[in-house]
Design a protein around this ligand. Structure first.
Ligand code: RB5
Length: 145
């Protein structure tokens, strides 16, 4: 799986922690920044990451901002993106199983690194159930045709 990460300043520290986790687990990723804790605008990184998933450069992404909300709202503006805000493991499982989420978003000011790592583990290891859920996901894609 080709994985890409992105964050604004509010999510920078959590992104760095998750990068350490991914390295420990031997999971490869690309980091689209921000690469410093300096203030930046979350729509800019959301656009870069979301477009790179929509065009097939990457399969899945993880985006971080202060709350996980703004960066997810922005990412979901890109056709084909299904970004899901998850701060618990149940949501991480079902955003994959039922919604085929291709981006996970989290808030660095909301969730601690221990739970965030578990959310990431589940997001990356859970498949899509398909079936009736595939029909619903297709209806989402039809909405901004
Ligand atoms: C930045 O201060 C903050 O607004 C941003 O990280 C995010 O939480 C927006 O949704």
């Amino acid at each position: 799986m080709k994985l890409v990460l992105g964050a604004d300043h509010g999510g920078f520290e959590l992104k760095e922690n998750i990068k350490e986790y991914l390295k420990e687990e031997g999971i490869e990723f690309t980091d689209y920044g921000t690469l410093t804790g300096d203030r930046c605008d979350y729509p800019d990184v959301a656009k870069k990451v979301a477009e790179a998933i929509a065009d097939g450069t990457f399969d899945r992404g993880i985006l971080f901002c202060g709350t996980g909300i703004g960066i997810g709202i922005a990412a979901n503006k890109v056709h084909g993106i299904r970004a899901a805000l998850c701060h618990d493991t149940f949501s991480a499982e079902f955003c994959r199983r039922h919604n085929d989420a291709n981006i996970l978003t989290m808030g660095g000011r909301v969730i601690g690194p221990g739970l965030a790592r578990e959310v990431v583990r589940i997001f990356l290891s859970t498949g899509f159930d398909g079936g009736r859920h595939a029909e619903r996901v297709a209806k989402i894609a039809d909405m901004d045709k």
